[in-house]
Design a protein around this ligand. Structure first.
Ligand SMILES: Cc1ncc(COP(=O)(O)O)c(C=O)c1O
Ligand SMILES: N[C@@H](CCOP(=O)(O)O)C(=O)O
Length: 472
C-alpha cells in the first residue's frame, strides 16, 4: 500500500483513501507520499495523443496503489472529464514564439478547480459508499474552489458540504455558483473576513480532534492530497504535447494557495523535465517577496481584480518547505509555529537556495493586469480572465527570449470576472449557454462573523440533521 506522511511528522502514516477522506493531518500538517513515484521517459512519451482521462489514470494510479482498481479509476476519470465542454478537456494554444496557454477552464464552473474536483467527488463518493460512511466537508474558498465543490458534490448521498467564502470579496458569478445550487446537502456561508480567515477557520476545525471526529470532517481544499494529484495530470499532457520528455519546458502559474504550482513540482519529481516553475502573484505578493528576501511575512490582504489569489497564507508552501529541507518535519513545525505566533518566519539559507533552484517568482499589479487583458483583446481578439492575465504579465516580462517553451496556466474563464474584464478592455464576456439562469436564480446564503465557534455550531447542526435523516 502507498503510504503518506505528514509534513509535521507527528500524525499517523495513512494510505491513499484515508488521506483523501482525512484532509488535514491530525498534527496540523499536510500529507505527502512517503516516496515519489517515478514515471520512465517511455511511459511519459507514451502519453502523447492519448485521451486525457487515460493519462489521468496512468498518472494517478501510482499514488492510489492497489486501493482503487484500474477499472473503477478509469470509469470515474472518464465520467469526470466528460463534464468538460472541450473535446481536448484542457486544450493548449500557442500565443507567441515559445509561449503557450493551457486552458483549464472548460469544466462546469469555468475554473481549473473543476479538473480535480470532478474526479475527487467521484473518488470520495466511491470510497464512502464502500465503507458505508458519511462525511461533512468544510471548504474555504476565495471564489473558485467553492463553486467547483458545489457543482461536484451537490446531491451526493454521502456528503454534506459547507462552503466558507469571504463576504463581498468575490465576483457575483463566483458567489452565485455557490449560493444558487438548491441542493439540500450544500450550505454557503459568507464570512465577514478574508479568505485567510476562512482557511484559518477550516484548519481550526480540523485541529479540534473531538469536533472533527464528531462530524466526520473532511476537506476538499488543496490540503487534500487527492486534489493535488489530479492537478498533476495536465502538467504531463501539456509538456508532452510540446515534446517532453525529450524537451524541457517552463511553467508560469498564477498562484495563491500554492496547490496548483505544487502539482507541477510533483510532476517534476515524477520525472517530467520541467526547468522553471514560475510563481505569478497579484499585489498580494507574499511568495515573490519570500523568494527575494527569504522572509515569509504576512501583510494585509488587498482586494484585487483577481480575487481568487487574494491570499497571504499560502497553505501548500508548507509542502514545499518540507521537501526543500530534505523532509525536516521539526523545521516545518518550527516555522509554522513562528507563523502562527508572529505572522512570519525566516527560511534557513539552504532551504531558500533549494527553493530558488527550481522556482522563480514575479508579481503583476492591477495596472499591468488590466493592460494585458486590453492587449490580448486588441491584438488577438482573446478575452482573458484577470488571474490568467497576472500570469501572462509575469511571463511576458520574465521570459522574453526563452529558448524553452513556456506554458502559462489559464485558470479561469473571463466570464467569471465580467466587471474586471469589461473595465480593462471594454468588452463584457458572456457566460456560456449552460449557465443561463445563474444570475437570476434565488440565492441561499448565510452571513456569519469571522468566528470559528459560530461556524462549528453550524457545522454540528448540519451533521446532526444528516444523522437524524432530516437534512433539507
Ligand atoms: C482562477 C484562479 N487562478 C489561480 C488560483 C491560484 O491557485 P492556487 O491556490 O492553487 O495557487 C486560484 C485559486 O486557487 C484561482 O481560482
Ligand atoms: N483560490 C482558491 C483558494 C483555495 O485554494 P485551494 O486550492 O486550496 O482549494 C479558491 O478559489 O477558492
Amino acid at each position: 500500500m502507498r503510504q503518506y506522511i505528514s509534513t509535521r511528522g507527528e500524525a499517523p502514516a495513512l494510505g491513499f483513501c484515508d488521506v483523501m477522506l482525512t484532509g488535514l493531518a491530525r498534527d496540523g500538517g499536510l500529507y505527502v507520499p512517503e516516496i515519489w513515484p517515478q514515471l520512465s521517459p517511455e511511459i511519459i512519451g507514451g502519453f502523447f495523443g492519448r485521451p486525457y482521462w487515460e493519462v489521468a489514470v496512468d498518472v494517478i494510479r501510482p499514488f492510489a496503489g492497489d486501493e482503487i482498481s484500474d477499472a473503477d479509476l478509469g470509469r470515474m476519470a472518464n465520467e469526470a472529464y466528460a463534464t468538460f465542454r472541450h473535446p481536448a478537456v484542457v486544450p493548449l494554444d500557442q500565443t507567441g514564439p515559445n509561449q503557450f496557454l493551457l486552458e483549464l477552464f472548460h469544466g462546469p464552473t469555468l475554473a481549473f478547480k473543476d479538473v480535480a474536483m470532478q474526479l475527487l467527488s467521484r473518488l470520495m463518493d466511491h470510497v464512502l459508499a464502500k465503507r458505508a460512511q458519511r462525511t461533512t466537508i468544510v471548504v474555504a474558498t476565495s471564489g473558485d474552489t467553492g463553486g467547483a465543490a458545489v457543482d461536484a458534490f451537490a446531491g451526493r448521498d454521502n456528503v454534506d458540504l459547507i462552503v466558507l467564502f469571504p463576504h463581498g470579496r468575490i465576483s457575483d458569478v463566483q458567489r452565485r455558483m455557490m449560493t444558487t445550487a438548491g441542493a439540500s446537502n450544500v450550505h454557503a456561508i459568507a464570512i465577514e473576513g478574508t479568505f485567510d480567515d476562512c482557511q484559518a477557520i477550516v484548519k481550526e476545525l480540523f485541529n479540534d480532534h473531538t469536533f472533527r471526529d464528531a462530524v466526520a470532517l473532511s476537506g476538499v481544499n488543496s490540503i487534500n492530497w487527492a486534489r493535488i494529484v489530479a492537478q498533476v495530470v495536465y502538467y504531463f499532457t501539456s509538456a508532452v504535447a510540446l515534446g517532453a520528455p525529450a524537451r524541457s519546458v517552463d511553467f508560469t502559474v498564477p498562484t495563491g494557495n500554492f496547490g496548483d504550482i505544487f502539482a507541477g513540482f510533483v510532476a517534476k519529481r515524477m520525472g517530467l523535465p520541467i526547468r522553471w516553475l514560475r510563481i505569478a502573484s497579484n499585489v498580494n505578493d507574499i511568495l515573490p517577496r519570500t523568494l527575494k528576501t527569504g522572509i515569509y511575512e504576512t501583510r494585509e490582504v488587498h482586494a484585487s481584480t483577481s480575487p481568487s489569489m487574494d491570499i497571504q497564507v499560502s497553505s501548500n508552501f508548507e509542502r514545499l518547505l518540507f521537501e526543500a529541507s530534505g523532509r525536516d518535519a521539526a523545521m516545518v513545525r518550527r516555522l509554522m509555529a513562528s507563523l502562527k505566533q508572529s505572522g512570519r518566519f525566516v527560511l534557513p539559507a539552504a532551504v531558500l537556495a533549494a527553493v530558488r533552484s527550481e522556482f522563480e517568482a514575479g508579481r503583476a499589479d492591477e495596472t499591468e493586469t488590466s493592460a494585458v487583458i486590453r492587449t490580448a483583446w486588441r491584438e488577438a481578439g482573446d478575452l482573458v480572465d484577470p488571474h490568467t492575465a497576472v500570469a501572462l504579465a509575469v511571463a511576458d516580462r520574465d521570459t522574453p527570449d526563452s529558448k524553452l517553451p513556456n506554458i502559462v496556466l489559464s485558470t479561469a474563464h473571463a466570464a467569471k470576472f465580467p466587471d474586471a474584464v469589461e473595465a480593462a478592455c471594454g468588452v463584457r464576456p458572456e457566460l456560456p449557454s449552460w449557465l443561463e439562469g445563474l444570475m437570476t436564480r434565488p440565492e441561499r446564503v448565510q452571513v456569519m462573523k469571522n468566528d470559528t465557534v459560530e461556524v462549528a455550531r453550524f457545522v454540528r447542526s448540519v451533521s446532526r440533521a444528516a444523522k437524524e435523516g432530516t437534512a433539507g
